[in-house]
Design a protein around this ligand. Structure first.
Ligand SMILES: [Ca+2]
Length: 133
């Protein structure tokens, strides 16, 4: 029984590792844009942003990946944007979302979800040292 469990565990680990090896990570530049919200609803200036993304359809904000940033929010109604690099799986749909807070950490509701699928469009470099012997 113990051997069977170890075999199942080994197969599971190999399957997980295999999945990761088959994945096609792509380095991308992500630019998010939105309109600044306020300190009190749509009035004033918020103090913090919490920007996150996920690669699956779960609706559990707490497990989404937080994007490190230290933005200073602009006055409500002003355009905001942030650009950052990520390594994502090509062909997978990612969802971006953010919340704002005031200085007392009163958090807004979540923004709409911004979905995007990246495709790997960079071909391998051409070989330049091919020789014949
Ligand atoms: Ca407030």
């Amino acid at each position: 029984m113990k051997r069977l469990l170890l075999l199942i565990l080994a197969i599971t680990v190999l399957a997980i590792v295999g999945c990761r090896l088959e994945a096609d990570p792509t380095d991308v530049q992500v630019k998010l844009r939105w309109t600044a919200t306020g300190d009190d609803y749509a009035v004033g200036t918020a103090t913090y942003y919490d920007i996150r993304y996920t690669g699956d359809s779960t609706n559990n904000w707490s497990v989404w990946t937080e994007i490190p940033q230290s933005m200073t929010p602009k006055l409500s109604g002003q355009p905001e944007s942030i650009t950052f690099g990520l390594t994502l799986e090509s062909g997978t749909e990612y969802y971006f979302c953010l919340k704002a807070a005031d200085e007392a950490y009163n958090w807004s509701g979540r923004s709409n979800l911004a979905p995007k699928i990246w495709a790997d469009t960079t071909a391998p470099m051409a070989v330049t040292d091919l020789g014949v012997e």
